[in-house]
Design a protein around this ligand. Sequence first.
Ligand code: DON
Length: 304
Amino acid sequence: MDYKKILEEIAVEIEPLRHVGRQADYIPALAKVNPDRFGICITTTDGDVIEWGDVSEPFSIQSITKVFSLSMCLSMLGEKLWSRVGKEPSGAAFNSLIQLELDRGIPRNPFINAGAIVLADILLSNLADPEKDYLDFVRELAGDSHVDYDREVAASEREKGYINAAIANMLKYYENLDNDIEDVLHFYFLQCSVRMDCRQLSRSFLPFADRRSEFLFGSVRLTASQVKRINAVMQTCGFYNDAGEYSYLVGLPGKSGVGGGIGAVYPGRYAVATWSPRLNEKGNSVMGMKALELLTTYTRESIF
Ligand code: DON
């Protein structure tokens, strides 16, 4: 498969979308990013890296971090995890408060904000040094010790994080948070603030595509069956109320973030990362989604 040529064709075809959509500005620090960017990087299970565009510019991975926190929690708790958080698609906005109330404090899945706030609580309770241990794991996955939190973005999100604070309060009311609300929010926002470029993100997703090597990074060990299940949750829940549309158009397990990134996998073959800050109304990257749609169309490679 000539991925290089295909990426070049895709780049031409998506160019008219470069100014379509709006970047997230509810996190004030994200509003400063130049929105007219696009990068895509494929890392294959054979170790090839194929890329196009702005692939070495770091961005805020935001909700994509939830894949990494789910991996840590699943490795620590196994199936017991699912007593604290569900695994059904939400069909609702990623920050829905009303759904959490209807679900009586058990978040619908680990990828909506409420679910990831519960994951942050679990990590705070179970890790010896949560901020360090989490970052070490993400650095191992990315194969790069320079990956770091962006404390300015995290602080900026806390300053305006009224809905997430409301979600955390509701979780506490329903006794689904063990730790102090402020501590949990602080750690959740830090996790979201991790900065990576497309190359690093693509490499970080490769272990979710690779079926030959064991998933073992630091103390985080997942069985092949658990990796399969994380991919399943990505497929059904990774794009919130856009998950059906994303599945229909793309057909690769993936996770989006409001920083404009997407990480996705074609199991057994490659991981791919895209970045473009302009988002559609559901909070997913316009150019990124289109690029992935064209990738699976032109290669005829998808899980369906
Ligand atoms: O909690 C938030 O709202 C953000 N830190 C993350 C949301 C997000 O990335 C949703 N993704 N599309």
